[in-house]
Ligand binder design. Structure first.
Ligand code: PBG
Length: 314
């Protein structure tokens, strides 16, 4: 059997995600063989361009990863799900994720309560900046970007008092000792899909054997949760850079609960809503779109339009 080619970005986090994923696959299908290939994102020089679908040259792909997958240069791409647009390019599909890491955001370098008035807290995510301002309007939120280890080093190199990072990335990199506090989910719900891998493959018949191998790792609970979260984001015409948070959990009883939060960039207005599947036939996707409708009735579009205008101008 020829080895399947697994693509990812070249960051330490992306490599750790591939390593962890292949460990899970090999546990279930020991005979499967894989080789790894790093696909460099031209946009990795500027993170903002990575996020936009037009960045891959108007090709309809959100990244070089997707384009390489569609061209057959790799057979599967391991992404961070939260970085993937909700629109799926034709010919490609996402498989259910193999479970989910810690969904919390982590404050590194301090705890929230220990931060003095006016303390400098680094984050590149508009959602995190807005959530911080909602809870602590006195903080000086400093925009930072880059990969996880350099962002952590900015505590020293940029004189920051704290930085906010996903606990999932820190744990995958073995950097959990840097976590000062896991931020509470009620005030700091995560980005849709945070902590989950986006396992993307081709839908063609030739890829069916690989899809069958990879499907052995599927975690139905994680899958239901991220599908609900991402359908909410899609229904709000979100993107990975808007101040939308969502978190779903599937109980053993089969009940799926989805909570979402939208925050104005200045932190002064915050919308929250929660829904639970009323019947077993409600799909995760319909729960997401229903909750989006609840938030739209509360004025979601006004907050999001203002945020997009500020971010676009910014
Ligand atoms: N946007 C960068 C990114 N994409 C995925 C993760 C961490 C892993 C995850 O959230 O699943 C991170 C770093 C961070 O947000 O701290």
């Amino acid at each position: 059997m020829a080895a399947y080619v697994v693509g990812s970005r070249g960051s330490a986090l992306a490599r750790a995600q591939v390593r962890g994923y292949l460990r899970a696959v090999r546990e279930r299908v020991p005979a499967a063989e894989f080789t790894r290939r790093v696909i460099v994102e031209s946009g990795d020089r500027d993170r903002l361009t990575v996020m936009s679908r037009s960045a891959a040259g108007g090709s309809g792909f959100s990244s070089e990863q997707e384009a390489a997958l569609a061209r057959g240069e790799v057979d599967v791409v391991v992404h961070s799900l939260k970085d993937l647009p909700t629109a799926n390019p034709p010919g490609l599909t996402l498989l259910p994720p193999p479970g989910r890491e810690d969904v919390h955001d982590a404050l590194c370098g301090a705890t929230l309560a220990s931060l003095r008035k006016g303390a400098r807290v680094g984050t590149g995510a508009p959602r995190r900046a807005a959530q911080l301002r909602a809870v602590r309007p006195d903080l000086d939120v400093v925009p930072i970007r880059g990969n996880v280890p350099p962002r952590l080093r900015m505590l020293e190199t940029h004189g920051l008092d704290a930085v906010v990072l996903a606990a999932a990335g820190l744990r995958r990199l073995g950097l959990e000792h840097a976590i000062g506090e896991l931020l509470p989910l009620d005030r700091f719900p995560p980005s849709p899909g945070q902590g989950a891998l986006g396992i993307q493959v081709r839908t063609d018949a030739a890829s069916a054997p690989l899809r069958a191998v990879l499907a052995t790792t599927a975690d139905p609970a994680a899958d239901a949760a991220v599908r609900a979260e991402r359908s909410l984001l899609a229904a709000l015409h979100g993107g990975c850079n808007v101040p939308v948070a969502a978190h779903a959990t599937l109980l053993p009883t089969g009940t799926l609960t989805l909570s979402a939060q939208i925050t104005s960039l200045d932190g002064t207005t915050q919308l929250t809503a929660t829904r639970t599947t009323p019947t077993p036939t409600t799909t995760p996707e319909s729960l997401g779109t229903t909750l989006a409708t609840d938030l739209i009735a509360q004025g979601a579009h006004t907050i999001l339009a203002a945020a997009r205008a500020d971010l676009g101008a910014g």
